[in-house]
Design a protein around this ligand. Structure first.
Ligand code: GLN
Length: 194
């Protein structure tokens, strides 16, 4: 049974937040573009989109969003970060220095696939989902190391590319760029469960 419609925010500072908004609308969620701390008060869950994590970090700092994001995520708000969003949620970036939320115990290497292999698509099996997911990687980060509390839901060439730690999920790839809605649905399902 579906209970009341939940409000899902998408951090709309930079990147492909519109694609996430349209997936969420398609799934029947009420959506909110999140830019300033006040916007966070009205959402039950959050997506941090792909884009450029250094820019997202810089704008989040400018808009006073770093601490409010940390607080809401720490208090259990279901959160999904994709690509740059995964980097921004992580606790450490191995190849740079930039503002991070630190909600996901993981060391991330930005642009880990290098210039030769900037963008590619591959089908990967995901724990708990049946058919493999078509994963679109665009200048994607790779997770180098995860903390004890982090569950790896999918790997590519042995490296984690989809992880979950309590209320935080993160993908190196872009689920919003395919027709497959299962990963967004996981976020909405976690709201129903909570
Ligand atoms: N490489 C980008 C970064 O460092 C992420 C790319 C993406 O989100 N598609 O933020």
């Amino acid at each position: 049974m579906t209970s009341s419609v939940r409000r899902v925010g998408v951090l709309a500072l930079q990147g492909d937040f519109r694609e996430h908004l349209s997936v969420l609308n398609e799934l029947g969620a009420h959506t909110v573009e999140v830019r300033v701390p006040h916007d966070l008060e009205s959402v039950d869950a959050l997506i941090v989109p792909g884009g450029e994590s250094t820019t997202i970090g810089r704008l989040a700092t400018l808009y006073g969003m770093i601490e409010p994001l940390r607080k809401h995520i720490k208090h259990g708000m279901p959160t999904l970060g994709t690509c740059a969003g995964m980097i921004f949620l992580a606790s450490r970036v191995t190849d740079g220095d930039q503002p991070l939320i630190g909600a996901l115990e993981a060391s991330v290497e930005r642009n880990a696939f290098g210039r030769q292999n900037e963008s590619f698509e591959v089908d990967i099996p995901v724990k708990g989902l049946g058919d493999p997911v078509r994963a679109v990687f665009i200048r994607a980060p790779l997770i180098e190391e995860v903390g004890d509390g982090v569950e790896v839901l999918a790997r590519h060439r042995g490296r984690p590319v989809f992880v979950r730690q309590a209320n935080v999920m993160a993908t190196s790839f872009h689920p919003e760029l395919t027709e497959d809605r299962r990963i967004h649905q996981m976020l909405l399902d976690s709201l129903e469960a909570g």
